[in-house]
Write a protein that binds this ligand. Structure first.
Ligand code: FES
Length: 137
């Protein structure tokens, strides 16, 4: 079933603070939020395009372009750094079929290094576990 942008917007009709939920829905449905979608959302919510663009740009999880590769979000915050994530980054980035993104804390500080793939978090990563995780996404 194909979902239309208008349908996604209409699901939040009359909702206070609808912008973020709409943006999440659009990204979930299409994988990114295009310029045309931002224009449409702005018009529907009576916001300026700059306001919508500002929100999309502020939150790193929102994409303005499609990403065709699977994404792994590798925690680069202090606790994971202390537990060795910096040694894993080059290994992860060498896997060109996967997009590696930095995040700053996934709430698994005591069991880092940690990563998120498709909304699921993974902890206690070492080189072997990271490569196995990346091979399966
Ligand atoms: S610092 Fe990495 S999960 Fe908190």
């Amino acid at each position: 079933m194909t979902v239309s942008l208008n349908h996604l917007i209409a699901q939040h009709d009359g909702r206070e603070g609808a912008l973020l939920p709409i943006l999440h829905d659009v990204q979930a449905a299409f994988g990114y939020i295009s310029e045309a979608s931002m224009r449409e959302i702005a018009g529907a919510l009576n916001l300026t395009r700059a306001e919508v663009y500002g929100v999309v740009s502020f939150y790193h999880d929102f994409r303005k372009e499609a990403e065709t590769r699977p994404v792994i979000k590798l925690c680069r915050a202090e606790a994971c750094k202390a537990r060795g994530v910096d040694a894993l980054v080059p290994l992860a980035e060498a896997q060109s079929r996967v997009k590696v993104e930095a995040v700053y804390c996934l709430g698994l500080c005591s069991v880092g290094p940690a990563a998120m793939v498709g909304g699921q978090v993974h902890a206690r990563l070492d080189a072997e576990r990271l490569l196995a995780l990346m091979a399966n996404i």
